[in-house]
Design a protein around this ligand. Structure first.
Ligand code: TYD
Ligand code: MG
Length: 447
């Protein structure tokens, strides 16, 4: 087969060049040229045949046919299961557990009667077999150690699996392009081939994409607009939980998360994360407060810890893990000015137990409780849960999704829950107590 003609195009402005250029002569951007296949016969209005558009009202929507993977936490993020003919991208840092999750999903699908073709471009068949033995995967999964996009496409067309898994897009190469595997051009071209398999043949395609801490150039980012579903696998290798989050889902909500734990025999779904996160919590110790946070639509109870010690340094130390340091600095400033307690002679350490990262402002109130409790060296009364945003004037503001947070605290047998004064004169919900400003916190602690 003749090698198709390729050319280079600036991804910024669309300038075409016959060879790679470091800097675009048109828009002046650096490193924007990507190799593309040049189609020999560009269609023009004169040569193309006009087609009759269909009326939206005449389109029959059969509803997305979903196949549950059988892993409840994975199905939850997918919106109930895999949709036939969709292309799903699973992105995450190396070593987070993408291959493990997909092999488990493949095994579960295979046991459920779906045929699965697993393309392992990164590992040998033996390596996959070793992992499969660890997690007890089904022997009926078809394995294909291959990186050539053409061969993968041909095999998929010959075998016609229900689900095609490609691990990973960065190892796949389209031989008609010169670029190395993992380059923007290659990743795009390979993704386009997989998209064709999904849309034309009705196969469900799941593709793995690596992201690096620095943010990758030729990684999943360039695919996000092409694929139907983008799942990101997050978490710290050294911490308890791995979270699968939907960043985009054409067939479902993006507010669901799936929580997993990496164990000896693969990933296990965690249906009750709050219980796991609070399991090792010591009550009766100063500087600890339970925060009711919400991940997607899921309420989660986590422990916010603070340690306040006299400093031996000119510049007191402020260290935060799991919360933005800027948040901690702001909380300290507000507590100094509005609650009248100085932290100037103290080092402050803040941590969220279990390696969970909290980005929402609702952490403020629990943080203030923990900081004041640590500063006053008094443990909070047992069972206290808090959530709410704190403004610069020290006032506590309401946050979204109050009900699920309260329900989660009640379910875990904790309370009272401290929150912002309900707006519009509404009543404080049962089991909850309103806090107007940070000034009241010291009184609650009993300082
Ligand atoms: P892996 O799925 O290969 O990650 P990725 O494909 O995202 O690069 O595996 C992630 C890590 O999990 C690896 O360091 C080994 C570990 N692991 C377990 O702890 N238990 C297991 O059962 C398996 C299969 C892996
Ligand atoms: Mg892998």
């Amino acid at each position: 087969m003749a090698k198709p003609r390729t050319g280079w195009r600036c991804q910024q402005c669309g300038y075409a060049a016959p060879k790679w250029l470091g800097r675009c002569p048109d828009c002046g951007e650096f490193g924007t040229f990507v190799e593309e296949v040049v189609s020999s016969a560009p269609s023009s209005a004169a040569s193309a045949v006009a087609r009759k558009p269909i009326l939206l009202g005449d389109v029959v929507a059969s509803g997305a046919a979903r196949t549950p993977t059988g892993l409840p936490e994975f199905d939850r993020v997918l919106g109930g299961g895999l949709v036939r003919g969709s292309l799903v991208l699973l992105a995450g840092e190396p070593g987070i557990g993408k291959s493990t999750l997909l092999l488990q999903a493949a095994a579960s699908l295979s046991r459920g009667g779906s045929s699965v073709l697993y393309v392992c471009g990164e590992e040998s068949a033996e390596q996959v077999k070793l992992r499969a033995e660890r997690i007890g995967a089904a022997d009926t999964i078809m394995l294909l150690p291959e990186v050539d996009a053409g061969a993968i496409e041909a095999t998929a067309l010959a075998e016609r699996p229900d689900v095609l898994i490609v691990d990973s897009i960065q190892t796949m190469v389209d031989p008609s392009l010169d670029g190395v595997a993992g380059s923007v051009g290659q990743v795009r071209a390979c993704a386009a081939r997989l998209m064709r398999l999904a849309k034309n043949e009705g196969m469900t395609v799941i593709v793995v994409g690596h992201v690096t801490k620095e943010g990758t150039v030729a990684g999943p980012r360039v695919l996000e607009h092409t694929v139907d579903v983008v799942l990101s696998f997050e978490g710290d290798r050294d911490h308890v939980f791995r979270i699968v989050r939907a960043a985009k889902n054409r067939f479902g909500s993006v507010s669901e998360i799936g929580v997993f734990e990496m164990a000896e025999a693969g990933l296990t779904g965690v249906s009750n994360p709050s219980a796991v996160l609070l399991a090792d919590r010591a009550t009766d110790v100063p500087g600890s407060c339970v925060l009711a946070t919400v991940e997607g639509t899921r309420p989660l109870l986590v422990e916010v810890q603070a340690l306040v010690t006299p400093t031996y340094l000119q510049m007191p130390r402020r260290l935060a893990v799991g919360v933005d340091t800027a948040r901690v600095l702001q909380s300290l400033a507000v507590l100094e000015r509005r609650a009248g307690l100085s932290f100037g002679q103290h080092d402050v350490y803040v941590s969220v137990a279990g390696g969970v990262k909290i980005a929402e402002p609702a952490v403020d109130l629990a943080l203030a409780f923990a900081l004041l409790s640590a500063r006053l060296d008094r443990a909070l009364p047992a069972g206290i849960v808090a959530f709410g945003e704190i403004g610069l004037t020290g006032e506590v503001r309401g946050v979204r999704q109050t009900q699920p947070r309260l329900a989660e605290a009640a379910r875990m047998g904790l309370g009272p829950v401290f929150l912002a004064t309900p707006s519009g004169g509404a009543r404080v919900p049962a089991g909850a107590r309103a806090v107007g400003s940070v000034r009241e916190i010291a009184a609650i602690i009993g300082g």
